[in-house]
Design a protein around this ligand. Structure first.
Ligand SMILES: C[S@@+](CC[C@H](N)C(=O)[O-])C[C@H]1O[C@@H](n2cnc3c(N)ncnc32)[C@H](O)[C@@H]1O
Length: 222
């Protein structure tokens, strides 16, 4: 799964999404943010962000040591920590200016604890028609409609929604790309290598995401 993700992302297929993440981060976070990427995987988005935005510190968290090894190579200045998002995050309270959560699990109470007042959480989820052209032949799992709304509802105790941008583009995928994209995501747990029959021809494939921005509501202090 990790190598498939590296191979797919290195070909630049998700670059428009990375650009949207960077533009959104520049719009909503202050200067020199402390950035925490929860479920950073191979570090692709944190690296793209760091190339454009001067950060005071960057921290990548992931449960996969294999993915984080790649992050650590890509991001020599970042702190890369193996941890389970469902346990207390190894990050001080009220320290994070910009939290990234891209196709990864969300522990909202912990996000709320680590984000400073007015800090920003940027959450990316796929839309139902993401990869629709190859979903069936590649054996991908369905993406529930309204997932972005569910995310917003789950954040509502601590965060206000300040933006929800839809990012859509078409990717020209080779059969190898199709195989990689099918094994790198959640469907990869179901599609073991060899299970996916690569499409015989290149496929023009839709990429469709919701990029939601949440602002940490200031804590009430007595
Ligand atoms: C679909 S990948 C996305 C990775 C990265 N954000 C990207 O888009 O390239 C989901 C990531 O969440 C991580 N993950 C899954 N469960 C986790 C958990 N309980 N704690 C921390 N990370 C987890 C996986 O290891 C994986 O790297």
């Amino acid at each position: 799964m990790v190598q498939a993700r590296i191979d797919f992302l290195e070909k630049g297929h998700f670059e428009p999404l990375a650009n949207a993440v960077i533009a959104t981060a520049q719009r909503f976070s202050g200067k020199q943010p402390l950035v925490l990427d929860v479920g950073a995987g191979t570090g692709y988005y944190l690296n793209a962000l760091q190339e454009q935005v001067s950060v005071s510190a960057a921290v990548a968290l992931d449960i996969s040591k294999y993915a984080l090894r790649r992050s650590a190579r890509l991001l020599p200045d970042a702190l890369c920590l193996v941890c389970d998002v469902w346990r207390p995050l190894p990050v001080a309270g009220e320290s994070v200016d910009l939290l990234l959560n891209i196709f990864a699990p969300r522990n909202v109470p912990e996000f709320a604890r680590v984000c400073r007042d007015e800090g920003v959480a940027l959450v990316v989820t796929p839309l139902p028609h993401h990869l629709r052209e190859i979903a069936e032949p590649a054996g991908l799992l369905d993406i529930r409609p309204g997932k972005d709304i569910e995310v917003a509802a789950s954040m509502a105790d601590f965060f206000d929604v300040v933006d929800n941008v839809r990012v859509e583009f078409t990717m020209a995928l080779s059969p190898v790309d199709v195989s990689n994209v099918a094994t790198m995501g959640p469907a990869g747990h179901h599609n073991l290598p060899g299970d996916v029959d690569p499409l015989p021809h290149s496929a023009d494939t839709t990429a469709a995401f919701s990029v939601q921005v949440f602002r940490r509501r200031p804590r009430t202090r007595d």
